[in-house]
Design a protein. Structure first.
Ligand SMILES: [Zn+2]
Length: 97
């Protein structure tokens, strides 16, 4: 598996190859590569599912609801997602608030 630094180097060289084409149809690709590089530099967010009283479990990073409440999880055994579908934070555990 490539490290992030190796992937960034590879993306930079890909971008420079695209730049040499001087083809405006490829501008979107350059932008997409820039976004990918930025994402690789960004530390992954770590969050927890927080149970608000009478509410769904919410992401501690962005506050978005998971769509599951206490009954879903404890009575029906439904699993909270490992990643927040809204902000992409990796979820470690859950706690009550
Ligand atoms: Zn979130």
């Amino acid at each position: 598996m490539m490290s992030n630094v190796e992937i960034i180097r590879w993306l930079e060289s890909l971008k420079s190859e695209i730049g040499k084409q001087n083809n405006h149809y490829l501008w979107n690709y350059e932008e997409a590569i820039d976004n990918a590089i930025e994402a690789l530099y960004t530390e992954p967010k770590i969050g927890v599912w927080v149970l608000k009283q009478g509410w769904d479990y919410c992401c501690s990073c962005c506050g978005e609801e998971s769509g599951l409440d206490e009954t879903d999880v404890f009575v029906y055994g439904m699993k909270l997602p490992n990643y927040c579908p809204n902000c992409g934070a990796k979820m470690e555990s859950r706690k009550n608030e």
